[in-house]
Design a binder for this molecule. Structure first.
Ligand SMILES: Nc1ncnc2c1ncn2[C@@H]1O[C@H](COP(=O)(O)OP(=O)(O)OP(=O)(O)O)[C@@H](O)[C@H]1O
Length: 287
């Protein structure tokens, strides 16, 4: 559908329509559609239809359907092993779906060629449970690697060779996460919380429109985890990024998500606004 988009009316989250984490309402972003000059429809950054995934003979989930509006933050919840990480990997095309379709930013992910996926990865980002920094390289070089989706080549592997514009962008991202003073430190000399902040800077440096975060604070102690979540969502809200995140913390899903979707018994068992849910509703998914 979005391949026929011709004119984006407003690409920032506005102030009405969808609830944000403070309970305020934000409007869905509207777009004109080619051939229907007077029509406006909400712009979906992610559309999932009839998605299923099996590993061998084991069905992980089937018939999953949801759409995410631009700027929306959606928490994906469910008990261990229900397929949350698998679903996130299908969204990014990191593993093939077994059935159904995924569209991200108007591009079909399911069945796409590797070259097209590479192009799209320049506009998407991933924050994983394990930050996956290159341990022997500097913090700055690791953040510069976040630009590799948009550019490639040896010039982007090390801060010494990267163009000044790339270094400046990476320094700005480090400043946003409060770690500019550690730019030259080796990544393996950081604390867990600092590493995860660097991973966030790396994910945000290329100004992605869509971010996937798989338990971004799972490896951190509760205090550091709270700090990282608050920082992450402050930045993505400021930048109007569309986010899908998983968390085992029910409070995080309700505090940071506009919407919560839940997997149980191989199905999408929940899709509701965070404002309409209580922690008891979510606990039911873990029984
Ligand atoms: N590559 C794979 N091959 C076979 N089975 C897999 C593979 N990846 C995941 N699985 C299985 O798929 C199921 C869902 O795994 P997944 O990691 O997506 O669950 P999850 O909901 O993210 O779990 P958790 O909350 O523990 O992180 C699990 O039973 C897992 O063992």
């Amino acid at each position: 559908m979005t391949s026929s988009v011709t004119d984006l009316v407003d690409d920032k989250p506005a102030a009405q329509g969808l609830p944000d984490q403070t309970g305020a309402q934000r409007a869905p972003v509207l777009t004109h559609v080619q051939g229907t000059p007077n029509a406006t429809v909400p712009l979906h950054d992610i559309s999932v239809e009839g998605l299923s995934k099996t590993f061998g003979d084991t069905a992980i989930f089937s018939d999953v359907n949801f759409r995410l509006l631009r700027g929306e933050a959606v928490a994906l919840v469910g008990a261990n092993g229900t397929g949350k990480s698998t679903l996130l990997r299908c969204l990014l095309g990191l593993i093939p779906a077994s059935g159904g379709t995924v569209e991200v930013l108007g591009h079909r992910i399911t069945g796409a060629r590797a070259r097209d996926l590479r192009h799209l990865r320049a506009r998407t980002g991933l924050v994983a449970q394990k930050h996956n920094l290159v341990p022997r390289l500097s913090v700055l070089s690791n953040v510069i690697h976040g630009l590799l989706g948009a550019h490639s080549g040896p010039r982007f592997w090390s801060q010494s060779f990267a163009p000044p514009t790339a270094r400046a962008a990476a320094m700005q991202a480090l400043t946003q996460v409060g770690l500019a003073h550690l730019a030259d430190r080796r990544a393996d000399r950081l604390s867990g919380g600092q590493s995860q902040r660097v991973a966030i800077a790396r994910a945000l440096v290329a100004n992605p429109q869509v971010l996937i975060a798989d338990e971004p604070c799972a490896s951190l102690d509760p205090a550091a985890g709270e700090e990282v979540m608050a920082l992450f969502f402050k930045l993505v809200r400021e930048q109007g990024v569309t986010v899908v995140f998983t968390s085992h913390h029910i409070d995080h899903a309700l505090d940071y998500g506009d919407r919560v979707i839940g997997l149980a018994e191989g199905r999408l068992a929940l899709d509701a606004t965070a404002a309409s849910l209580t922690s008891t509703d979510l606990r039911g998914l873990y029984d």
